[in-house]
Ligand binder design. Structure first.
Ligand SMILES: CC(C)(COP(=O)(O)OP(=O)(O)OC[C@H]1O[C@@H](n2cnc3c(N)ncnc32)[C@H](O)[C@@H]1OP(=O)(O)O)[C@@H](O)C(=O)NCCC(=O)NCCS
Length: 263
């Protein structure tokens, strides 16, 4: 059921174990012995939500197994966050591209706290955000910088990319910060992106088509100083891959960086 070399594998360092799926598991073929206890709060949820949850938990257990931790239920905290076993950290994401869930993506990333202190991932469809929402998510500075950097891929939904990076940032910080963040509390500063025509599979510097793959790194900076956390740096590293109909983003912090505290 798992993808061999999916976008998350391409995005993250090998010290982070990943499992990804593009098809939901059939409940009768479910191999997760903890499914009943993990989904205890979801009896009233729609079937698609239960399938998405089940499949993403299967991904999580595959990634946990690769990390070498003994199997145990992956429960949810009071804010919906996964409660990882002691010594590990991870993040989950899932989306469906349309209402009939014809195209789905489920992903999990897990690593040890010895190597990484923070890890957040997010997957989104490569499509614009709903009309009227981007002002609450993308700052003017992000919009201006992105217009200059991403012009070789004119169809790239920059606001969705920024949204996803900020979701990854929120998920990465939450296990330590345990606090809400508004999208305009942080700013994404993009490094120069890479464009690749999937048809030729070679790196390109000039515009070719609206559907180029786009990848790169960025930093995500806390611009609302009242939301800083005393034991976390204000700026974290982000990375992204826009390929086919998907956007994948991640925010990570190596363990040795945690001691830095606010910048
Ligand atoms: C929680 C949230 C980040 C989830 O993102 P999403 O794009 O809606 O959904 P995704 O499919 O990518 O991720 C869902 C998974 O995130 C995980 N998650 C939920 N809450 C979480 C939290 N507080 N911290 C870390 N992970 C969390 C869960 O594993 C969830 O899957 P599950 O319910 O099946 O276990 C989002 O709904 C949210 O509430 N965001 C808060 C505001 C925000 O992001 N601000 C950004 C400011 S920088």
């Amino acid at each position: 059921m798992f993808m061999e070399s999916g976008p998350l594998r391409q995005l993250l360092p090998h010290a982070i174990h990943v499992a990804e799926a593009v098809k939901d598991v059939e409940p009768k073929e479910n191999m997760n012995p903890f499914a009943a206890i993990e989904s205890a709060g979801l009896q009233q949820a729609a079937e698609q939500r239960r399938l998405e949850f089940l499949t993403t938990r299967c991904c999580a257990h595959a990634a946990l197994e690769a990390t070498g931790v003994p199997p145990e239920p992956l429960l949810r905290g009071s804010h919906g966050q996964p409660l990882w076993s002691s010594g590990v950290i991870g993040s989950l994401t899932h989306f469906a591209t349309n209402e009939d869930h014809a195209s789905v993506y489920r992903g999990a990333a897990v690593t040890t706290l010895d190597e990484f202190a923070l890890l957040g991932i997010d997957a989104e469809p490569r499509s614009p955000l709903p009309k009227g929402t981007s002002e609450a998510i993308v700052t003017d500075a992000e919009q201006r910088a992105a217009a200059g950097l991403f012009h070789p891929a004119p169809g790239l939904p920059v606001s969705r990319l920024v949204f996803s990076i900020k979701e990854s940032f929120y998920k990465a910080r939450f296990p330590v910060a345990a606090s809400w963040l508004d999208f305009l509390d942080v700013q994404v500063d993009f490094d120069r992106p890479e464009f690749c025509d999937p048809a030729s599979d070679s790196a390109q510097s000039e515009p070719i088509s609206a559907e180029l793959d786009v990848s790169g790194t960025c930093s995500i900076r806390m611009i609302n100083r009242t939301r800083r956390h005393r034991s976390l740096p204000d700026t974290l590293e982000g990375r992204y891959l826009v390929s086919g109909h998907r956007i994948l983003t991640a925010v990570i912090l190596e363990a040795r960086e945690l001691t830095r505290g606010p910048d």
